[in-house]
Design a protein around this ligand. Structure first.
Ligand code: UDP
Ligand code: MG
Length: 319
């Protein structure tokens, strides 16, 4: 198998047909030695995505592989399940909503053969997304970059082509809180990028709610940076230092100048302030601890309910 395309699917009934048409129109003429496969991973869709995939696999059995989860496990996990089963010498990860233009795949593929292991697609512009989404995404990538030593490219989604070497390396990373673009950067090798203009979603609505985006952002930060923990520690010391000075001053006024008010405002302010700082610090620690817990539990990353793919090779992350 020369090329695998991994496509996560969550409520994409409006796009599956068109996506398959465009991918086929592109990949068939490339006459890849060993052929190509399209791996659709249905991530617990509530619409007609699954029956559509079944139909596709009957119409195009040589290329369409599909896999269905028992529920919605999330975009990153869906992609991981596809990677666990991909057989291609090169693997493309692409969104189903045609925001990532399939037409870029031949260029990505050609670039990979210039001696790279990863060619990611960087968004030059984004269309049809709210100002709030664009702003939060932009801010997130920059904050993450400032907080980690791993060079995670900014303004880049998961749309990319990776070589088999990288796929095998990813299969050895069984972490529960997936942040694939970070993991792929972490793996190293020669990586490069191509630029493209991100289109509007072809049909349907985004599956990324704000709560999913927040969880994704926290997964990325906790997996690739300890800075928040350090901020909590350093902040705790700083606040304690100030509190100690104020305490000295209070004792001084009480016993030496005898000028003091039995004042509750200062008391309230310091209690509230310290309470806040402590809660934040505990919360930050909790974020890390929760993820530690998830990894210790060692649950499978996802549960497959059906599909036309064999179980993955041992050593992969899923069930
Ligand atoms: N997706 C998924 N599970 C989810 C949410 C999204 O598999 O819980 C898929 C979705 O079908 C699409 C890709 O992940 O192929 C990107 O999602 P979406 O387009 O909704 O995100 P956005 O482009 O708005 O960030
Ligand atoms: Mg999208």
């Amino acid at each position: 198998m020369e090329l695998s395309v991994v496509i996560p699917i969550y409520n994409e009934e409006a796009n599956i047909g068109e996506l398959h048409r465009r991918l086929t129109a592109l990949l068939a003429p490339m006459a890849l030695p060993g052929g190509y496969e399209l791996i659709f991973v249905n991530d617990g869709s509530r619409d007609r995505s699954l029956p559509l995939l079944l139909e596709l696999s009957e119409r195009d059995p040589a290329h369409v592989r599909y896999l269905s989860f028992s529920r919605n496990f999330g975009h990153q996990i869906a992609v991981t399940a596809g990677l666990d089963r991909a057989e291609g010498a090169a693997v493309v990860i692409i969104d189903a909503d045609l925001q990532d233009p399939p037409e870029l795949i031949p260029a990505l593929y050609a670039k990979l053969h210039e001696g790279y292991e990863v060619v990611y697609a960087r968004r030059r512009s984004r269309q049809g997304e709210s100002a709030a989404k664009r702003f939060t995404a932009k801010a997130f990538y920059r904050i993450l970059r400032a907080m980690t030593h791993v060079e995670i490219p900014v303004d880049t989604g998961d749309f990319r082509i990776i070589s088999r070497k990288v796929v095998l390396a990813l299969r050895q990373m069984p972490e529960q809180n997936k942040f694939l673009r970070g993991q792929i950067s972490w793996i190293g090798y020669r990586q490069t990028f191509l630029e493209y203009d991100r289109a509007e979603r072809a049909g349907g609505v985004t599956g990324y709610t704000y709560s999913k985006m927040l969880r994704f952002a926290l997964d990325g930060i906790t997996a690739f940076s300890d800075v928040p923990l350090k901020v909590a520690t350093v902040g705790g010391f700083a606040v304690s230092g100030v509190a100690f000075l104020v305490m000295l001053y209070t004792l001084y006024s009480r016993f030496f100048t005898h000028q003091y008010e039995p004042g509750w405002p200062s008391l309230m302010v310091s209690i509230l302030f310290l309470g806040g700082v402590q809660l934040i610090a505990v919360g930050v620690i909790g974020e890390y601890l929760a993820r530690l817990g998830a990894n210790v539990r060692q649950r499978p990353l996802y549960i497959v309910s059906e599909g036309n793919l064999p179980a993955p090779a041992p050593g992969t992350t899923g069930a």
